[in-house]
Design a protein around this ligand. Structure first.
Ligand code: SAH
Ligand code: SF4
Length: 402
């Protein structure tokens, strides 16, 4: 709930309806003495029509509209910039608090359009190859800020359901060639399972027919492995699941993904299997994400170890060549190394596509999303000062001073 200053003197608390699921909106309406069926009407205005002004909600009584204007709002994050890449990728920098921004990215592919959504301002988990982790952590995004990324993306393409034009003769959508958000992946900044309630509300809105109506197969939560929360997810969501594995053994994974020390690979895979086995539809598989880092986790023995580890796990493996960012020591492997790693997986029967880097020219690739984080954890400072002293050292060596 945000406060808004009126006439510089009165502070009015406003309820942001953008991120409210049907049940939360119903509770809110009942609490202000309104009928529950109003929730459906309001949700359609917000998520089907893209309306953020109560005055335009013409099927609500004038009195209700005025009441909502006085105490509520529909407020997405503020757009700081919207950039288009040569390949059609679109990236938004969004201000969520004074001083802090997050990023969202739209990636068009043949027959679909995937929106990569952030869940936190920064991230507390500090994976060694991730620039978001190096930014430190400030706070969780609210459900309004999460679904607001979808709302803004759909708005930027004028893609709201109510704006689709249907050909009366054949029922086909006339303006179907416009970019569309058909899939959402919670793979932007942050660890979604550490912002559990807001992420679940946001994803439930993505899948709700009163909002975006995306199928559960097209909404994916990606996690580095917060096992206790993954164990809770099945009770409240049936979204698709991606696991950021990046290594086939605990020794290496703990170096890359520190949370592995707490929840090691065996525990994580067991929990992931419990999750997908609990889904009503038994054809679902886990997406395993494996960022390939040159000479760190991309060797052939490790590929064979991965095959052995995942032999009985119904999964597909996404291979993501490491995306470099300033001051990172890691390198992206050569195409030959990537292909050799992929071949081992393919020969063992795994589907293992290499995720081609998109939006390179606008820094929109995985792990390059840095936003702007008013870092509560001071990690960024520590990281930069470590990096500076390393750099200083190498400069001294190069200059022959040591
Ligand atoms: N916190 C969640 C979701 C956000 S990260 C998670 O870790 O799963 C989304 C994906 O981008 C993860 O698979 C992550 O490992 C990957 N990633 C992070 N930094 C990367 C980089 N520099 N290059 C390639 N992939 C990266
Ligand atoms: Fe956080 Fe995911 Fe980056 Fe790890 S990879 S630091 S969990 S955003």
């Amino acid at each position: 709930m945000m406060t808004k200053s009126v006439n510089n003197s009165t502070e009015i608390a406003r309820h942001n309806l953008l991120g409210m699921t049907q049940s939360r909106l119903t509770d809110f309406l009942l609490s202000i003495g309104e009928k529950s069926f109003r929730a459906k009407q309001i949700m359609k205005w917000i998520h089907h029509c893209g309306v953020d002004d109560f005055a335009l909600m013409t099927d609500l009584s004038k009195a209700l509209r005025e009441k909502l204007m006085a105490m509520a709002e529909i407020r997405p994050p503020e757009i700081v910039s919207q950039q288009d890449s040569n390949d059609g990728t679109r990236k938004w920098v969004l201000r969520v608090t004074s001083g802090s921004c997050v990023e969202a990215v739209y990636i068009p592919e043949k027959g679909r359009g995937t929106l990569c959504v952030s869940s936190q301002v920064g991230c507390s988990l500090d994976c060694s190859f991730c620039s978001t982790g190096k930014q430190g952590f400030q706070r969780d995004l609210t459900a309004s800020e999460i679904i607001g990324q979808v709302w803004l993306a759909v708005k930027s393409f004028d893609g709201f359901k109510a704006h689709q034009k249907v050909d009366k003769k054949n029922g086909q959508i006339i303006n179907a060639d416009k970019p569309k958000v058909t899939n959402v992946v919670m793979m932007g900044m942050g660890e979604p399972l550490l912002n559990f309630d807001n992420v679940v509300d946001g994803m439930n809105l993505m899948m709700d027919d009163l909002a975006y109506g995306l199928s559960k197969r097209r909404v994916t939560l990606s996690t580095s492995g917060v096992v206790p929360m993954l164990d809770k997810l099945g009770a409240v969501s049936d979204c698709s699941l991606a696991i950021s594995l990046h290594a086939p053994n605990d020794e290496l994974r703990s170096q890359l993904v520190p949370i592995n020390k707490k929840y090691p690979i065996a525990m994580l895979l067991e929990s992931s299997l419990r999750y997908i086995n609990g889904l009503s539809d038994n054809k679902r598989v886990i997406t395993i994400e494996y960022t390939l880092i040159d000479k760190v986790n991309d060797t052939l023995p490790l590929a064979h170890e991965l095959v052995a580890l995942l032999r009985d796990v119904p999964c597909k493996i996404n291979l993501i060549p490491f995306n470099p960012f300033p001051l990172s020591d890691y390198q992206r492997p050569s195409n030959n190394r990537v292909k050799a790693f992929q071949r081992v997986l393919n020969e063992a029967g795994f589907i293992a596509p290499v995720r081609t880097t998109r939006g390179d020219d606008i820094d929109a690739a995985c792990g390059q999303l840095v936003g702007q984080v008013a870092d509560r954890t001071k990690r960024k400072q520590r990281y930069l000062s470590n990096q500076n002293s390393n750099e200083e050292q190498s400069v001294r060596i190069v200059n022959g001073l040591q």
